[in-house]
Design a protein around this ligand. Sequence first.
Ligand code: AMP
Ligand code: ZN
Length: 114
Amino acid sequence: MADCLFCKIISGEIPSTKVYEDEFVYAFKDINPLAPVHILVIPKEHISGASEITAENSGVVSKIFEAAAKIAKEQGIAGEGFRIVTNCGENGCQSVHHLHFHILGGRKLEVTMG
Ligand code: AMP
Ligand code: ZN
């Protein structure tokens, strides 16, 4: 999508620190890390957010979670644990409208759901 920050990161137009890539998925370090490990995992296909997942495009969500498990092991956080979060829409405080899953780990996270 022309005016999407994360589409531009996938195409290389905007630089990122890549940690994983395959046919369907791209993952990179969050520019403003909230934990020692903070990685964003995104589909290469533009999907604007969790509310736009459908029967036609939902296959990529399993690819994202497969990638996340690999990344967590590679980053050394799989054993101690981590969190996967997606924010959606205004009340969810989504700031970039390309579906993304935050992987947060490397410290004990707060017990909060909002
Ligand atoms: P959200 O608020 O859930 O939409 O998350 C968007 C995330 O994208 C935030 O954690 C930002 O720090 C991150 N972000 C924004 N721009 C960039 C960028 N150029 N490279 C890496 N991460 C970014
Ligand atoms: Zn996009």
